[in-house]
Design a protein around this ligand. Structure first.
Ligand SMILES: CC(C)(COP(=O)(O)OP(=O)(O)OC[C@H]1O[C@@H](n2cnc3c(N)ncnc32)[C@H](O)[C@@H]1OP(=O)(O)O)[C@@H](O)C(=O)NCCC(=O)NCCS
Length: 223
């Protein structure tokens, strides 16, 4: 299955895929019933033209997956955002390959930057953990106003505001290249058993967090 895809740095020649990517991101968020920072096709196309995105296609040119890079706090932080795999190609390790390619591109372009992401998904938590990310509190992420204003289009933005930007439904994960210098072996090497156990715990934690935060939100809305 892997060899059926081309995974590469996107360029201006790929901008015609922007519409289908944005549509898939929005549809998937609706299906999952989760919040999401909205992206426009122009924004996604811009990322491709700037060389700040990874795209996957089939060999005959069908779009398969995408992820892009955002730079915050004057280059101190990099976010790998908008990970999406076409519903036609899920469950074959494509997200893992795209995320790894985006992670490597981030390291190549911004070697000193901390790489982070916000996620509600167990798949992303797993992929990030394998890349060496660790869960962190929101205070360890960029405090760049522009980054957080991206959350305004998310259905859970009122929770983020009520929690004074210290918590929300998403889990924050961060990779710091400085860890490489102090750590042996180089990256956090998870034992599969530990990771599976932690993921089960994460899913239970997320469920609990949603119950508490969303219940409070409904109460405040008078439901
Ligand atoms: C999440 C998403 C990107 C995964 O894409 P994918 O190509 O199917 O994922 P992969 O096949 O690379 O799976 C990576 C790992 O996550 C696991 N995984 C995949 N989907 C999962 C799910 N829904 N729940 C738990 N684990 C999952 C896989 O088993 C795999 O682990 P393994 O290496 O031990 O087998 C895809 O489902 C998607 O685009 N969803 C909608 C958008 C989204 O949720 N994006 C993330 C926003 S933070």
């Amino acid at each position: 299955m892997k060899s059926q895809f081309i995974i590469k740095e996107a360029t201006a020649a790929d901008t015609h895929y922007a519409e289908v990517i944005v549509e898939e991101i929005a549809n998937s968020a609706k299906i999952r019933g989760t919040g999401i920072a909205k992206r426009t096709p122009d924004y996604v196309a811009g990322k491709m033209a700037e060389g700040k995105a990874i795209i996957a296609t089939t060999k005959d040119g069908q779009w398969a997956g995408f992820c892009y890079i955002e730079v915050w706090s004057h280059g101190q932080f990099v976010a790998n955002s908008g990970l999406i795999v076409s519903q036609n190609f899920r469950g074959h390790g494509l997200a893992k390959q795209i995320k790894e390619a985006t992670f490597n591109l981030s390291g190549k372009k911004y070697p000193a930057a901390k790489i982070f992401g916000l996620t509600t998904g167990a798949a992303v938590l797993k992929i990030n953990s394998e890349l060496g990310y660790k869960p962190v509190v929101y205070a360890e992420l960029t405090q760049d106003e522009q980054f957080w204003s991206g959350c305004k289009s998310c259905v859970n933005f009122d929770i983020l505001t009520a929690k004074k930007r210290q918590n929300c439904i998403c889990t924050a994960m961060l990779y710091n290249p400085a860890w490489e210098k102090n750590q042996s072996p180089k990256r956090t090497q998870w034992k599969q058993r530990e990771l599976d156990k932690d993921l089960k715990l994460f899913e239970r934690w997320l469920k609990f967090k949603k119950t508490i935060l969303l219940k409070r939100k409904d109460k405040n809305n008078g439901k």
